[in-house]
Design a protein around this ligand. Structure first.
Ligand code: PXG
Length: 463
């Protein structure tokens, strides 16, 4: 948007402070500081109202797969806006974009996921998935199977159910959550295993050991009471925690053994991020139900989806009764048109394969070359165009800083000042750039990050 008054930034900051409450922010503190106003974006860069350019190493919030300013997506949305700006699916009606998007999804999703429902956000998708899981067990005559198990450090969104499913503990006390019937198990954070008292276990053994915790939990609750296990293939907002190779095979065995439905949350890992269409492809996971959002439309429109495998899909499609669920904007034609075009472009330009075989390995190698021996860096880890750099107090002991988040915040602030958007989760620096990023742009991003890490090390006197 173009500025219209003198000192436009301060004017907008004042209005924002007066009228707009921000997500996951301390409103008073933010208002004292003043927000940064992003006015436009192109490719991998966003620009603020003061003319500063930032390299967006987070693809917005892990979602702008095709980068900013994609004309084909804008055109697809504009065309649908003109032809059918709104219609619903409640009155025995559908529309071409929704139908074609559902069909395209069935083609690119892991085998067996053939039916989809639409919603408008990742949280709604997860909320819906849990409702469908409950419904499935009711249809199957097992109404006692109602407990949802998920993982510590998981992020699944903010609705009452999605926040209950989330395992990041700060998400709960303000809202008296989690709701009853939500249980947690430890997660496969190998890097933290030593400081958490697991000793010098190998990643592979740790994967098995942590999967066994799910079995113990199911047995403690009684398999007849457990409806589902939910997990991200890779923890996203929990700090980019990648599963050891043994983890997912073991988890799937446990779910199958106790007839527990597997809900896979691909809100971050979907749509090429890990170098395949889905994280489930990368890790060989066969979900009963999968949720997705973000990259589905490259973030250009709010849209999410819930895909059902044969078990749930067949039971629900053949229930012979009304499915008492749906949102006004489920399968919105404009959102579907943009998402459909997004998937067509990804397919045409082979974006997942490019991430898997070219830019992904290049980013991973570049980060390791730049940071492996950095005085603050304990570990560089990643898959595809997802990467995390763990800032630690003691590399040999894999020991974190005593004041969790302090060093991460220093580093994150340097990044912003130097023109790089990188997120700090605790003291883990994470990046998840647009999937259209080029090798030259990766070089630029890594060089910027290196400068910021060096500034952070200098601040701490650890050069
Ligand atoms: N599942 C996963 C795995 C997510 O990452 C959601 C569900 C919820 O999606 P909605 O569309 O309801 O926000 C998410 C969202 C962060 C951050 O700080 C991450 C998300 C959202 C906001 C902030 O990393 N992920």
């Amino acid at each position: 948007m173009t500025p219209t008054v003198h000192n436009q930034t301060r004017h907008w900051q004042a209005l924002d402070a007066a009228h707009h409450i921000h997500p996951f922010s301390d409103t008073a503190a933010l208002n004292r500081e003043g927000v940064r106003i992003i006015t436009h974006a192109k490719g991998i860069y966003v620009y603020d109202s003061e003319g500063a350019r930032l390299l967006d190493g987070m693809a917005g919030l892990w979602c702008v797969q095709l980068g900013y300013g994609n004309e084909e997506l804008a055109e697809a949305g504009a065309k649908a806006l003109r032809e059918l700006p709104y219609y619903n699916h409640f009155f025995k009606t559908s529309n071409p974009w929704t139908i074609e998007l559902a069909t395209k999804l069935a083609q690119v999703l892991p085998e067996g996921l053939e039916r989809v429902l639409f919603a408008n956000s990742g949280s709604e998708a997860n909320d819906t998935a849990l409702k469908l899981i409950r419904y499935y067990w009711n249809l199957k005559g097992k109404p006692k199977k109602k407990i949802h198990i998920s993982r510590e450090m998981a992020y699944h969104g903010v609705t009452m159910a999605a926040a209950s499913l989330s395992g990041l503990t700060p998400m709960h006390p303000q809202w008296d959550l989690p709701l009853a019937g939500f249980e947690k198990v430890p997660t496969c954070y190998w890097y933290a295993a030593k400081s958490a008292g697991y000793g010098d276990v190998s990643p592979e053994d740790f994967g098995e050991l942590i999967a066994a915790k799910l079995e113990e939990k199911i047995l403690a609750l009684g398999p007849d009471n457990v409806a589902s296990f939910s997990a991200e293939p890779i923890h996203g907002a929990g700090g980019l925690i990648f599963p050891p190779s043994t983890y997912w095979p073991a988890i799937q065995k446990v779910c199958a053994k106790y007839d527990v439905l597997l809900h896979v949350d691909e809100v971050i890992t979907g749509f090429g991020r890990t170098g395949n269409w889905f994280g489930s492809h990368t890790y060989g996971i066969s979900p009963d139900v999968m949720t997705m959002a973000k990259g589905l439309s490259s973030g250009y429109q709010p849209i999410s989806a819930i895909a059902l495998g044969p078990r749930m899909g067949d039971a629900i499609a053949n229930a012979n009764e009304e499915l008492v669920h749906g949102y006004t904007y489920s399968g919105h034609p404009v959102a579907c048109a943009v998402a459909l075009k997004n998937l067509e472009i990804m397919e045409r330009d082979a974006i997942p394969a490019r991430v898997g075989t070219d830019t992904g390995p290049y980013l991973q190698a570049s980060l390791r070359a730049a940071f492996q021996d950095h005085p603050l860096v304990g570990e560089v880890r990643g898959v595809g165009l997802l990467a995390a750099i763990e800032l630690v107090d003691d590399k040999a002991e894999r020991r974190f800083f005593p004041e969790v988040g302090e060093v991460g915040t220093i580093c994150r602030n340097h990044c912003f000042r130097e023109g790089l958007v990188m997120r700090a989760i605790r003291d883990t620096m994470v990046c998840s750039p647009p999937l259209t990023i080029t090798r030259a742009e990766i070089d630029e991003m890594v060089a910027l990050a290196k400068r910021c890490f060096d500034l952070t090390a200098a601040d701490l006197g650890r050069t």
